[in-house]
Design a protein around this ligand. Structure first.
Ligand SMILES: [Zn+2]
Length: 269
């Protein structure tokens, strides 16, 4: 078989780059059809439902096991100074439980970091590595931490932590304490980022918009003006839908975690 270098050597730079990206992308084709279990690592209760609720409902209907790991307690999610954060956190937990039931999520895990103060610490990374080794997902879903102008530290930190944990979960010495719990190293095949500027995978969720909106509306404490929020969210999904000729779509940047280290082409994938 002819080597890749030899094929590339005959082409112009533009042609060679396209050929190379095409080959690497082959690994990502039909990723959402191939997964059997997904761990969704979210900063707050509601993020996955808003960004990817259509995908979650679609996967759950196909029998995919979906687990939500919520990093913070969501206690800052109010403009009302009279609301007590611990009470709000409890309320948001109940809302997330209801939304998860609507979408068909199998299990919820709560890590209870303080809302608004999440940092990409070693401690948090280890917690996520242990959870990945426990649930053995084919895919990890998280916010894109490299979204320009993202001001919320929890969203940036969650994406970084998810990427690090997906990358390190396969390395036995990256979390030696896991071995004590008999949690074996696990290879995560894909990581999918939502709220991303450079999506490479669009999912037709036209048949799941209704159930998604039902789940989103379960987060009652978060939406003062539900019609305005619903309009904004559906407008975004319409825009993404136009990219694939669907009524509504959700957009993701999907990578193999091993594409996420010293890879100057990761942005182009
Ligand atoms: Zn959030």
């Amino acid at each position: 078989m002819e080597s890749l270098e030899s094929i590339i050597s005959r082409l112009s730079y533009g042609e060679a780059l396209n050929r190379y990206l095409e080959l690497v992308r082959e690994d990502l084709v039909d990723c959402f059809d191939r997964v059997r279990s997904v761990v969704c690592i979210q900063p707050h209760p509601d993020d996955t439902d808003i960004a990817a609720g259509g995908l979650v409902a679609k996967l759950a209907k196909r029998g995919v096991e979906v687990v939500y790991v919520t990093l913070t307690d969501g206690g800052l999610g109010t403009r009302d100074p009279e609301t007590y954060p611990a009470k709000l956190a409890l309320e948001r937990r109940r809302e997330q439980e209801e939304a998860a039931r609507v979408l068909g999520v199998k299990e919820l895990v709560w890590l209870n970091y303080r809302d608004g103060e999440l940092q990409p610490t070693l401690e948090a990374r280890l917690e996520l590595v242990l959870l990945i080794r426990k649930y053995k997902p084919d895919m990890v879903l998280a916010p894109d931490p490299w979204l320009s102008y993202e001001a919320h530290p929890d969203h940036r930190a969650s994406g970084i932590l998810a990427a690090e944990a997906a990358f390190f979960s396969s390395l036995p010495h990256a979390a030696p304490s896991a071995l004590a719990f008999n949690l074996k190293p696990h290879v995560v095949r894909y990581i999918a980022f939502y709220w991303t500027r450079k999506p490479n995978t669009l999912v037709d969720v036209s048949d799941y918009v209704e159930v998604k909106m039902k789940a989103v509306k379960a987060h009652k404490s978060q939406f003062g003006d539900i019609p305005a929020f619903e309009d904004a969210l559906k407008t975004y999904m319409r825009l993404m839908g136009k990219r694939i000729g669907a009524e509504y779509a959700e957009a993701f940047k999907v990578l193999n975690p091993f594409n996420m280290h010293s890879n100057v082409f990761a942005e182009d994938l």
